[in-house]
Write a protein that binds this ligand. Structure first.
Ligand code: G4F
Length: 344
């Protein structure tokens, strides 16, 4: 039986990945920070929190001895490194924590794998934020990085360390450059889930109005369960590599908000511009969205779109679920949760 270790198992991707690996018959060790704010709700929603082949262990990327104890004690065949401070907005107020978790935490894992058992396969969660102010569009594996945020910069460091350990020490180290990927398990600090949760609460009469930042930003949004499937394909391939995972399509924040309100049969119309822009219910004229300049980022990545051709050719991976369907699934989950009184 294969043993897989996932750092960040309580996050969106960690939970879906754990479920997939359990379905594949693996034993899964999930690293959980003692102070993890997110708790186990995602594992519980997926029905795997008490799975007999899932063991949750205390693990903190910032504890220098933690990875040694974990790798030496559990001897996993593979490590998926998903843990980090992953909210781009917070990386401006916590740049050092972001660097330590996303950057140095990755190096520590690679170094310990090299020392303890170089046969352990390694997956690094890289990000489209590494492209930042990309010079070409869509981006692929050869596009130069131009990160614009402390998060993107830390991820570039971690990505290059994974590539270096692959080339220098022969480690099976993969890097998945993932564009935004959403689901009902997304955290509420990210814009899609913030929107679907607010739409549900407005529908249920629990919220008056949704406040957002930059409505013009465009993202290439895919479906998280499909993206973790690609991670497993990378780790099962003959050779380690770097892969862009994306849909090749973009939508704006405005588009996503329109879709989310449509899921509860409300048509919205945007009026005005800049910080005075609002969205109203086309039927009643009620204001449902306002812009709050405090939610603007100090530096913004306006548009990111990826080319997944390499993953398609080498891994047989294809993103299928359209954004409209993802959005409806998220709104329905948030209606259910908010009706029951709990939305995490
Ligand atoms: O949902 P976001 O916070 O995601 P972002 O910054 O693109 O990063 C996500 O995707 C990356 C690529 O996979 C990951 F590496 C990263 O860890 C994370 O998962 O913001 C998307 C866009 C931004 O342009 C932001 O300025 O939405 C804009 N936005 C507008 N109003 C907002 C808001 N973002 C948030 N979080 N909250 C707002 O009220």
């Amino acid at each position: 039986m294969k043993t897989s270790f996932i750092t960040g198992v309580t996050g969106q991707d960690g939970a879906y990945l754990a479920r997939l690996l359990l379905e594949h018959g693996h034993r899964v060790i999930g690293g959980v920070r003692r102070s993890a704010s997110s708790g186990l709700w995602r594992l519980e929603e997926l029905g795997i929190a008490s799975h007999e082949r899932l063991s949750l262990v205390n693990f903190d990327l910032l504890d220098p001895g933690g990875a040694v104890r974990l790798l030496a004690g559990h001897r996993p065949h593979e490590v998926y490194n998903l843990a980090a401070q992953s909210f781009v907005g917070a990386s401006f107020t916590e740049p050092m924590l972001t660097l330590q978790t996303a950057g140095a935490g990755t190096l520590q894992l690679l170094e310990n794998i090299r020392a303890i058992d170089p046969a352990i396969r390694f997956y690094q969660a890289s990000s489209s934020e590494m492209f930042g102010l990309a010079r070409t569009s869509p981006q692929d594996e050869d596009t130069p990085f131009c990160p614009r945020t402390p998060y993107g910069t830390a991820k570039v460091y971690a990505h290059w360390m994974a590539v270096n350990y692959r080339e220098t020490y022969g480690l099976f180290a993969c890097s998945g450059i993932l564009y935004n990927h959403e689901s009902p398990l997304r955290g509420r600090e990210f814009v899609t889930r913030k929107i679907t949760d607010a739409v549900a609460r407005i529908r249920l009469g629990k919220l008056d109005c949704l406040h957002l930042g930059n409505l013009d930003a465009r993202r290439d949004w895919g479906y998280a369960p499909e993206y973790v499937d690609a991670m497993v394909r990378m780790m099962s391939a003959d050779k380690p590599g770097t892969y862009v995972l994306a849909t090749g399509r973009t939508a704006s924040i405005r588009d996503f908000a329109t879709m989310a309100f449509r899921a509860v049969e409300v048509e919205i119309q945007f009026r005005g511009s800049g910080v005075d822009e609002i969205a109203v219910d086309a039927r009643t004229g009620r204001t449902l969205i306002r812009v709050d300049p405090a939610l603007y980022r100090p530096a913004e990545v306006e548009r990111l779109v990826g080319n997944p051709a390499h993953a398609r050719a080498q891994l047989g991976w294809e993103p299928v679920v359209p954004l409209e369907a993802i959005c409806v699934e998220m709104v329905e989950a948030d209606l259910r949760r908010n009706s029951a009184g709990v939305s995490l």
